[in-house]
Design a binder for this molecule. Sequence first.
Ligand SMILES: Nc1ncnc2c1ncn2[C@@H]1O[C@H](COP(=O)(O)OP(=O)(O)OP(=O)(O)O)[C@@H](O)[C@H]1O
Ligand SMILES: [Mg+2]
Length: 234
Amino acid sequence: MLELERVDAAYGETQVLFDVSLAVGEGEVVALLGANGAGKTTTLRAILGLTPARSGAIRFKGRDITRLATHVIARQGIGWVPDDRRVFPTLSVERNLAIARKPSPFKRWSLGEVAEVFSALPHLMRRSAENLSGGEMQMVAIARALMGGPALLLLDEPSQGLAPKLVQDVLALIGRIRGEGVAVLVVEQHARAALSIAGRAYVMDLGRIVYGGSARSLLDDEALAARWLGKAAA
Ligand SMILES: Nc1ncnc2c1ncn2[C@@H]1O[C@H](COP(=O)(O)OP(=O)(O)OP(=O)(O)O)[C@@H](O)[C@H]1O
Ligand SMILES: [Mg+2]
């Protein structure tokens, strides 16, 4: 469904992605792991055309999207939840969700449908988004992305700043999303937790992919796990 082939990207003169190749299949959950500054966010930004690939190719559903404008890429069915959880603070949760609904060739979620997946949402609908807790805000940010009707969702550290219990909840939500046929590429610091819901994983280091394979084999291989997951105990 999504394929990056030997992608390089840079901020000005500084190259930060080197030869990044990865793939996400239809309805698959794939984890993108790695230390701070490894290039995970930039990889998502390259997919979205926000930090365009300088070389290499990015294909989505067979179409070359490498040089397309960001809004055109989004319209192909790629949703994004950035690491700063963009919601409109002064609007109600309900309004935040309603304005996120966009024309899409894929399944567009109704308010009722997202509320079925995120069972805590109905209680929050009338609340102003600025008064939500971190976990609630993250739920709304993900729900907003679903309202756009994505076939693929890019999640940048969805559990950032959340208590351990909420980390599990957010990851369980990702499992639910996959159950609805949406593919997910998720960047996570909680590597082991992410691997428990992902089918496959990639690890980045210094702008390069240094591991790509099944989540299981990364967890089970002690040497690999010690090397790439060592400090991420969660
Ligand atoms: N806007 C920018 N301008 C210049 N350099 C940047 C910019 N954003 C990121 N970088 C650099 O690019 C490299 C990769 O950053 P990136 O944000 O992709 O890493 P990351 O893996 O998402 O890290 P983190 O886990 O801290 O979010 C880092 O060295 C970072 O300092
Ligand atoms: Mg990042």
